[in-house]
Design a protein around this ligand. Structure first.
Ligand code: FDA
Length: 548
């Protein structure tokens, strides 16, 4: 054999050996399965592998956008029933270096509970969904896999006046929602879901099951608004419930540009956060066909409202503070609080058990979507509102939407550092930008995502600055991301997005993370990073942190 051929074969076999080694070292599904089996001599409750017929229906991504671009699908989906099964998953994740993604309701805007840039397994908490209500004490233990609809339904079974303050969409999961704040129609009166958490059960990176007492007040502070994922797997929250009147009033009235929508939206900014805290009025703005000329497009601004009282008290209040809307008695509907939950969920007049479904209505997500958020402290001038209408009219009807959600009321009575959620006094309202589409394709996605980014960019002068604040539950990877592959995110890098979500609370979150999960077992693209051991506690002064 001639020497060049020999050299070729030697190189070929060397490469083959390297490849074989790489593949045998890359932890795979079977390693995880073996590890779990070692932990459980009998068998783990339910594990879905890609070979199972029901894997696809269990995987079912809420937002197809991140799912369609993710390089991996979960190696396994675990749907544990017992704490010990979650402990085993954490153990195997550490042992094999395979990341865990935790999913409760699966509504993460960027799909971080079911996508990952590295091989990963999903711990899906759907079987941890029991709800235990103490009507006397006005408290409830709610497991994280329950949805908001299931919680509201359970409350309605107990009493007409026992309620909870959290988000509007019934299929949102308690686990992610409470972890990031949880804002809804009663937030001006009763603040956020996270503001009502009085105890919790969490499994930490060492597999210990902790409650409020054993986790300590720092960690307990961090999990009440610091975003899901970073501090462990939460199993349940204990919350203080709220009391509502037997009868509440709702309305949803729309004004187009021909009906002075611009002036009415403009005026709303002067009353939204200051009006009686029993009254919550938010606005949805979309592009629609003009009612006067079908060839033209206009903007419909829908004013959706919950008043914790009767119509006869609402009308004089509106007449005094917001006559521009022109609310009249026939616009108002009186009902119980739980009926109002159905009303705002788009399930008006449907039976109560519609709240138990875990499948979102198509209109809520429309398969592919991208969201962003902002906070407003000074009213947006009329000319800027008109420019926003121009953006909304660029795409087909109903594809892009802006929501203005009022702040003020009891949200102002919390200091910025009381919980990790810092968006308190001084905010008039939050903007939620969302764009939805229903067809796959890069060109399609790019066009819509580009539109929402252009609106967001245009809005910069009119919203909070240094940092440009954002709501962690409307997760947006455009505002910054951790390194993925090498688990090596610096404090500086995470600060770019971290101060936007948490303002100065970010530093305390980093300290709690460094103490509780120094190896960064629980991580994703926007999880709180631990400080490297050598630099523990040496946080860089705020002024050196890059923010938009
Ligand atoms: P998901 O399971 O995807 O979890 C979200 C994040 O938390 C992920 O990073 C996940 O890993 C982590 N996580 C989940 N469970 C965990 C656990 N047990 N332990 C540790 N980490 C965990 N928000 C709002 O404030 N008010 C509203 O009215 C609405 N409405 C709304 C409607 C619709 C249609 C959507 C898609 C979203 C909303 N949201 C919202 C936003 C919602 O609050 C946010 O997406 C929540 O994080 C969703 O929580 P899930 O448990 O459903 O998501």
């Amino acid at each position: 054999m001639e020497s060049p051929t020999l050299a070729f074969f030697l190189i070929f076999f060397a490469n083959l050996l390297v490849l074989m080694r790489v593949f045998s070292l890359t932890p795979q599904k079977n390693d995880f399965l073996e590890c779990l089996t070692d932990q459980f001599e009998s068998s783990y409750s339910v594990i879905y592998t890609p070979n199972n017929a029901s894997y696809a229906s269990i995987f079912q991504p809420d937002n197809l956008r991140p799912a369609s671009t993710s390089p991996y699908k979960p190696l396994l989906i675990l749907t544990p029933f017992y704490e010990s099964e979650i402990q085993a998953a954490i153990y195997c994740s550490k042992k094999l270096g395979i990341q865990i993604r935790v999913r409760s309701g699966g509504h993460d805007y960027e799909g971080l509970s079911y996508t990952c840039e590295n091989p990963f397994v999903v711990v899906d908490m759907r079987n941890f969904r029991s709800i235990s209500i103490d009507s006397e004490e006005k408290t409830a233990w709610v497991q994280v896999g329950a949805t908001l609809g299931q919680l509201y339904y359970a409350l309605a079974q107990k009493s007409r006046t026992l309620a909870f303050t959290a988000g509007v969409c019934p299929t949102v999961g308690v686990g992610g929602h409470f972890s990031g704040g949880g804002y809804g129609m009663m937030s001006r009166k009763h603040a956020l879901a996270a503001d009502h958490i009085i105890d919790a059960i969490l499994i930490n990176a060492n597999g210990q099951v902790l409650d409020r007492k054993s986790m300590g007040e720092d960690l307990f502070w961090a999990i009440r608004g610091g975003g899901g994922t970073s501090f462990g797997i939460i199993l349940a929250f204990k919350v203080d419930l709220v009391t509502v009147p037997e009868t509440v009033t709702v309305f949803n009235i729309s004004r187009t540009l021909e009906q002075n929508a611009t002036q009415v939206v403009h005026k709303w900014q002067y009353i939204a956060d200051k009006i009686d805290e029993n009254l919550f009025i938010r606005i949805f703005m979309i592009s629609v066909s003009s009612p006067t000329n079908y060839r033209n497009r206009t903007i419909a601004a829908s004013f959706e409202s919950l008043f914790l009282g009767r119509t006869h008290d609402l009308l004089p209040l509106m007449q005094e503070k917001f006559p521009q809307l022109g609310l009249v008695e026939k616009d108002c509907l009186e009902m119980s609080w739980i009926e109002s939950v159905l009303f705002f969920a788009g399930l008006h007049n449907q039976p109560l058990d519609a709240l138990l479904s875990r499948t979102p209505q198509a209109s809520f997500t429309q398969n592919y979507f991208k969201g962003k958020s902002d906070y407003v402290r000074q009213p947006i001038p009329m000319h800027a509102l008109r420019r926003i209408w121009g953006f909304l009219n660029e795409e087909a009807e109903n594809m892009a939407e802006l929501q203005f959600s009022p702040y003020g009321g009891v949200l102002n009575s919390f200091s910025e550092s009381e919980t990790p959620f810092p968006h308190r006094s001084g905010n008039i309202f939050m903007i939620h930008y969302v764009v939805r589409w229903d067809r796959e394709g890069n060109a399609e996605s790019e066009r819509y995502i580009n539109l929402i980014r252009r609106i967001y960019s245009y809005m910069a002068p009119y919203v909070t600055k240094s940092p440009r604040a954002a709501y962690v539950n409307y997760r947006d990877l455009d505002i910054g991301m951790n390194n993925q592959g090498n688990n090596n995110t610096s404090y500086e890098q995470a600060s770019v997005w971290g101060f936007k979500y948490f303002k100065n609370n970010f530093d305390r979150l980093v300290r709690v993370k460094s103490q509780t999960d120094p190896l960064n077992i629980f991580r994703n693209e926007q999880s709180i990073p631990p400080l490297p051991e050598s630099t523990s506690w040496q946080i860089i002064p705020r002024a050196n942190v890059l923010t938009e």
